[in-house]
Design a protein around this ligand. Structure first.
Ligand SMILES: *Cc1c(COP(=O)(O)O)cnc(C)c1O
Length: 377
């Protein structure tokens, strides 16, 4: 018998009763919209690094498979193995993620690895079965090959009876706008050499989230967006893309009725006076789950009303339930999302706690998926 709750298809519940709700329709809509920003027939590789942008990699991939993406990009060897298990027939690309010595082991398992240095290439030397993509440095000095190193590796690979190279990519992030045109020119220089050596079927990828919205329909055979598909870009940058994290909720697990007015000062609250006939409630999300150590601790929704969080500990928060009509254990606390027409959006919650919206998304989603119920229990 299961002793822990089973998550519904569109939710992830942890073993404390916290739930993140995921909007599969929003994700599918975002994929469809992203395709309108790509040339016809180009492949869409969904980035599922950082444990599926905090949603859990299997969950993020289920969204992608449902929306018909063509491949997946991961950020660690562990993620590559999980992605391969979840979608064995889809291409799985491992971004630059580990020391070269670890590449051969994962390349043997059918994962496409990244060659971003001469050392990474040489780590694959004896492996005819390896498949890889080159990563190019298009002007950021971050990851990837410069032209002299690329030229030498291209020559070495061309000498093999069976070349193992599938294509090349680079990543332009949110701060790359000034360098974008110049960077694309550099990318085209790499791409032309690659195709001259190994043919037009080589996959070229330079459009991640920002590339798609800055320059729709860049003429490359694949795109590899992450944050855009999850609806995490600021609304001003991508107004038509909806957040996939629809809600974060937690149950009330204890209620304390206050008979006489009393001062409460626990955890990381600033100390409040609770009135006679007041009440407090405890829910099992704390600063270990990424919430602020405060103040300010923010507000949450209970029974459709906005109530203040008055204290927070390592793994609990305490809300002031004074004025809520007959609250009971099990009442739902909405940290992010809507309840009876009231809404606390991700941005509002993050502002109240003084952290960035993307940061709050990752912290909360990661805490809940990280402690997710295990079906075998
Ligand atoms: C994270 C990452 C992406 C996706 O990034 P977004 O800007 O969120 O679309 C693409 N390519 C590489 C190499 C990455 O590390």
């Amino acid at each position: 018998m299961h002793i822990l709750p089973q998550s519904r298809e569109d939710e992830c519940a942890d073993d404390r009763g916290n739930v993140i709700a995921i909007d599969a329709r929003a994700f599918a809509g975002n994929v469809a919209r992203a395709r309108t920003l790509m040339p016809r027939g180009a492949a869409l590789y969904q980035v599922v690094k950082a444990d599926g942008y905090g949603l859990g990699i299997e969950c993020a991939m289920r969204l992608g498979l449902g929306a018909g993406v063509d491949g997946f990009c991961v950020g660690t060897i562990g993620e590559a193995l999980r992605a391969k298990a979840a979608a064995p027939a889809h291409p799985i690309l491992l971004f630059t993620a580990c020391p070269p010595a670890l590449l051969a082991g994962i390349a043997c398992r059918g994962v496409i690895v990244t060659v971003n240095s001469v050392a990474a290439y040489e780590a694959l030397d004896g492996l005819d079965a390896a498949r890889f993509m080159f990563e190019f440095d298009c002007g950021f000095g971050r990851f990837g090959l410069d032209h002299p190193a690329f030229d030498s590796l291209l020559a070495r690979e061309a000498q093999r009876a069976q070349p193992r190279c599938l294509g090349g990519y680079t990543h332009f992030g949110s701060r790359a706008l000034q360098l974008f045109d110049e960077g694309l020119q550099r990318f085209d220089g790499f791409g032309a050499k690659l195709r001259a050596a190994f043919g037009d079927a080589q996959v070229l990828m330079a459009a991640a989230s920002h590339g798609l919205v800055w320059r729709p329909r860049l003429p490359y055979s694949a795109a590899h967006p992450g944050s855009l598909l999850y609806g995490m870009l600021p609304v001003s940058a991508a107004p038509d893309f909806a957040p996939v994290l629809r809600g974060v909720t937690s149950p009330i697990i204890q209620i304390n009725r206050i008979a006489e007015a009393q001062a409460l000062s626990v955890g990381y609250g600033s100390g409040v006076m609770l009135p006679a006939d007041g009440a407090t409630g405890v829910f099992p999300l704390g600063w270990n789950d990424g919430l602020s150590t405060g103040p300010a601790l923010g507000n949450v929704l209970v029974r459709g009303r906005r109530v203040p969080v008055i204290a927070r500990t390592l793994f609990h928060s305490i809300v002031d339930l004074t004025g809520i009509d007959a609250p009971v254990i099990g009442d739902e606390v909405t940290v992010i999302g809507s309840q009876r027409g009231e809404t606390i959006g991700l941005h509002e919650a993050a502002d109240a706690m003084g952290i960035a919206a993307t940061e709050l998304h990752f912290r909360l989603a990661g805490a809940i998926t990280g402690a997710r119920f295990r079906p075998e229990l």
